[in-house]
Design a protein around this ligand. Sequence first.
Ligand code: 5AD
Ligand code: SF4
Length: 474
Amino acid sequence: MPDLITHTKQDESRQGEAYAPFVNDPVSYGKKFYIESYGCAMNFSDSEIVASILQENGFGATRNYAEADLILINTCSIREKAEQTVRKRLNDLRTIKEDKPGALIGVLGCMAERLKSKLLEEEKLVDLVVGPDAYRTLPGLIEEANDGQKAVNVLLSREETYADISPVRLNSNGINAFVSIMRGCNNMCSFCVVPFTRGRERSRDADSIVKECQDLFNQGFREVTLLGQNVDSYYWNTGVNGEIVVTFAQLLERVAQVSPLLRVRFSTSHPKDITDDVLHTMARYENICKYIHLPVQSGSTRILQLMNRTYTREWYLAKVDRIKAIMPDCSLSSDIIAGFCTETEEDHQDTLSIMEYSGYDYSYMFFYSERPGTLAARRYQDDIPEDVKKRRLDEIINMQRKLSHESNLKDLGKTFKVLIEGDSKKSDADWMGRTSQYKVVVFPKAGHALNKGDYAMVTIDDCTGGTLLGKIVQ
Ligand code: 5AD
Ligand code: SF4
């Protein structure tokens, strides 16, 4: 899942970006925790579950790590650089231990799962190592660590979905929220560490998802992003005999029915799994956003095969055609990897041309980083020199710049329904919001009594970089 969010996928392109939660006020808690998250939206969403578990157990959140009794880093393993960023951060935190020897430092998430107790040995300052399916055991592990034991739980589960836990919204603008609908991944993309760090795929109880979305709406939230590594394989059986089945298309519909004022997004879709049923459901509901994150990874059928993506270039292109046929106004984004094992110049040209054909509005672009234990690491040689990977990545980024600019130019003169998310970064005389297609729009507040969370009809008259500029129409 990409830079999830501010740009969802989020996720991934937000590697290294950290955040701390709000301060709980005025409730007083015995102890304080501080949490920083790296990686995908799923990780940010998990931190909200961790915050909930900790609050239930007498820990209040703080934004200031220096005053925390418990410092948690929720980590990502997707590329080597993501892990390096966390190691550097752990080193920086060393000083805290000197000033406050009683404070505990814990590593959560994908790096905890991948490296397990090695983290305790390598990073001498780590007291807790907790994998993505073990957060319910945090209170016990904290006690163990307080008693001076090295506390580790990296057991993966086939059932855990944290369905009953109400996430504590961290750093929230009160408008957009992530809602996790499934965990784990059963695809075995050869480059990817996720099946090893997050385990088998399992779906969350549909009723608990709809209830969470309804509660968010009642609290004033106006947009939910349904999260999963592969949302199209969402599948929920209820009843002892599994008689009622909820597919992803049906779940989307149920969430869309919470209120026409609640926007619904989702991430991430796998090109092999997204169905016509999902596309028609999107088309039927105005409040299901016309935006699909559909990672292609490569435009070459030969490379796609080595990546074990299970579709060809032609299959992908047919999906793009289908989406545009059912929803001509739907925007598309992608994840792209440059320089996968054995990639030739011709394969690379295929990637550039598939980007152009698909007309992506955004992409999250990376060069290949071999991850220990993955199929690719075991089967293929990481044989593309770094300078070639970087040059190809630059060409991919330049192509995306051109496509994003062209896409913005096409929006000039059009009118969009924009959900207001808050003041624009540059001026509180302007609002910032997004279109259904996920484009950022900035427009003057002047003369209109609107608030965060309201919708405005805005005509676009200009654009700068990634932002559309416009004016409210009556
Ligand atoms: N190297 C580079 N990029 C990767 N991704 C996943 N694994 C790797 C890797 N080993 C990218 C994919 C995926 C996104 C989340 O991260 O494009 O869709
Ligand atoms: Fe998210 Fe873990 Fe994958 Fe990083 S490695 S993108 S945190 S699932």
